[in-house]
Design a protein around this ligand. Sequence first.
Ligand code: MSP
Length: 517
Amino acid sequence: MTGPRRYYITTPIYYVNDSPHIGHAYTSLACDVLARFKRLDGFDVKFLTGTDEHGQKVEKSAEKAGVHPQAFTDEVSRRFSDLAAFMGYSNDDFIRTTEPRHIASVQALWTRLVEKGEIYLGKYAGWYSVRDEAFYGADELTTGADGGKIAPTGAPVEWVEEPSYFFRLSAWQDRLLRFYDEHPDFIAPTSRRNEVISFVKNGLQDLSVSRTSFKWGVPVPGDADHIMYVWLDALTNYITAVGYPETSGDYAKFWPADLHMVGKDIVRFHAIYWPAFLMAADLAPPRRVFAHGWWTNEGQKISKSLGNVISPYDLVQRYGLDPVRYFLLREVPFGNDGDFSHRSMVNRVNGELANEFGNLAQRSLSMIGKNLGGQVPTPGAFTAEDDELLAAAAALLDKLRASFDRQAFHEGLEAVWSVVRAANVYIDRQAPWALKKTDPARMGTVLYVVAEVIRQVALLLQPVMPGSTARMLDQLAVAETARDFTAYGQHLAAGTALPKPEGVFPRYVDADEGGAA
Ligand code: MSP
């Protein structure tokens, strides 16, 4: 292993003009699973999330609510930190862009960019979308039903003319293209990488990085009429949280970040602007940006106006926290768009969690309880079939490492489930219930093999379903100290007394007989 075993992962920081919904929960969940996985695998992890609290959109929302923007953001930011706690996210820090540490950091970065000649004062005249907090070229716009101009995202744009500082983005085109070329894993999945590269190849214009027409933002050092463009402010959170402008300590330890997890809508900011800002300031760009897809609800785009926004609280109340966490990462190849439907949720919960994994554990542990005095049996010599199943389980850790390092959660979980299914086939064929009379020693061996597979599967699933797997490992009397991946290759000790087993994954029963979610 070269280099230090440290891992820095970030979620986007969430706008505080909205209540948290399934999309926010999803981005953070993916990060939580990776953070937990890496911690179990011995890495020193920093997992960052937080809120993006400046900008015209927030200023307008606060005005509408009749409160000062700070009071407004205090309230909404709390909803996001509450969601993180509710979903069991293990973030090590929660950053808010209104914090003094962040304002100091973003002003330091600005000053550095000015010193390097990367920022100049000019005048902006062009189209701006408050909803996206983004500038658009005239060629990107269409005309809406009411005659107004519309951005490619569907957001309305307005004509803006004001003095503005500009970042010399146009000068970074070739260096960015070279950077993508030299770092083929920097943007994933490939479709997004291609999108970004072709956007940059089409030519980059200098970027307006300050505004004068509203106040809610970080003041530009030395020119109090201007506040900074919210994306320059927001992206900088990733270095603030490791102590920038201090470049020793956590910065030296954790920067560059290993992964910025983002949704597909904000890949341009992370894969073009952000590395350009950093390189212009002589700071290292992050190692990787992964853009995941978007969820729809029962086939429909999720939107407030359609009234079909999925609340993570409702989902968890209905199906349970761990099943929701499992479903979101299992259902859709990570990177693709996905559809949430009640039926597919119930299929996963009842099929994979309750029937395949839950029952496997419940029936084998019950048999150990009833027939073997509730103690881990002493295995006899292993047969070829025992060895085959044990080898498949033993190989899972490396498979998961490889899949999760590519953010291919669905692939990793499918590999785990192929072993769960193989264990079900095994137990049916070995029929330990029949061996009870004919060959009790062999029954012990079979149940030992299955218990061992359950232990390994439960260890691996901890990042995805922390609560349920903890209960399962309790039932196998696995010590707290034997739950990280260094214990993966250890074995259950024969003779260990096991507590009475209890079902961990209940079946979902529709109270209203199949009603839609
Ligand atoms: N504030 C910016 C990010 C700044 S990062 C320096 C922002 N915030 S956001 O609150 O609008 O969105 C945060 C994340 O939620 C994005 O990654 C976005 O893709 C994700 N989602 C919002 N709706 C979603 C779905 N329907 N499905 C999946 N994720 C979606 O952008």
